[in-house]
Design a protein. Structure first.
Length: 223
């Protein structure tokens, strides 16, 4: 990486983009949260239709379902993502002496988890229930913890690669892996019948919102 000075401030363009993104994501997140909380019938009906279809596929395609269980329980599990975040934070401290950025990364991931758990408790949305489940999960449904955690961690790491001027090939590879992980984990949660589609979309939106706000905080701290 051709890096800027240690813990250098974010570029002004990054700050403007993050501010606009945070505003748009806040509106979308609050709107979806409200519709889910009041159980808006058209949205709930769509969730149920999608869930019924994907569950039928999951039961019929047992081999694919088992692959998805491995991916969601091990490769894209929230604890795997948090471990990745911890490794990067330690690398920032050890190799780059970027103590503030390492702390910022860890605190953002922690606050994202607390926000996720707080919303789960507040909304208390039941998960799908099946007579022939292919997987199980605990706690309330909204938002999807897998989808939100993957979005937060991958989003933050992509921004760090951009911030420290990683090579184009490295960034594009990381972007492809991140998109595959974030989209993939969301789809596995729906396929396995442990989340409604709006749980996953809500997790994606909230995860992006956390990243946008974190980028703003990082820039303001270093100005």
């Amino acid at each position: 990486m051709h890096s800027p000075p240690l813990d250098a401030p974010s570029r002004p363009q990054d700050q403007r983009t993050a501010l606009r993104s945070a505003g748009a994501l806040t509106v979308c997140s609050v709107l979806l949260l409200t519709l889910v909380a009041v159980r808006w019938h058209p949205l709930i009906g769509l969730d149920e239709d999608i869930a019924a279809t994907t569950h039928r596929w999951a039961v019929d395609e047992s081999g694919l379902t088992q692959t998805f269980r491995i991916l969601t329980d091990w490769v894209w599990d929230p604890w795997t993502m948090r471990l990745l975040c911890t490794v990067v934070a330690l690398w920032l401290m050890w190799r780059r002496q970027a103590w503030w950025t390492a702390l910022w990364l860890g605190i953002t991931c922690l606050l994202g988890t607390l926000l996720q758990q707080g919303l789960k408790a507040a909304v208390d949305r039941p998960r799908p229930v099946w007579p022939d489940p292919v997987d199980s999960a605990h706690f309330a449904a909204y938002p999807s913890g897998h989808a939100m955690t993957a979005t937060v961690v991958c989003g933050l790491l992509l921004w760090l690669l951009h911030h420290y001027d990683a090579g184009r090939r490295v960034f594009r590879t990381a972007l492809a892996v991140s998109v595959l992980s974030v989209v993939g984990v969301g789809l596995t949660r729906i396929w396995l019948g442990v989340h409604w589609t709006t749980d996953v979309v809500g997790g994606w939106l909230l995860g992006l919102l956390v990243v946008a706000v974190a980028v703003l905080v990082h820039g303001r701290r270093n100005t």
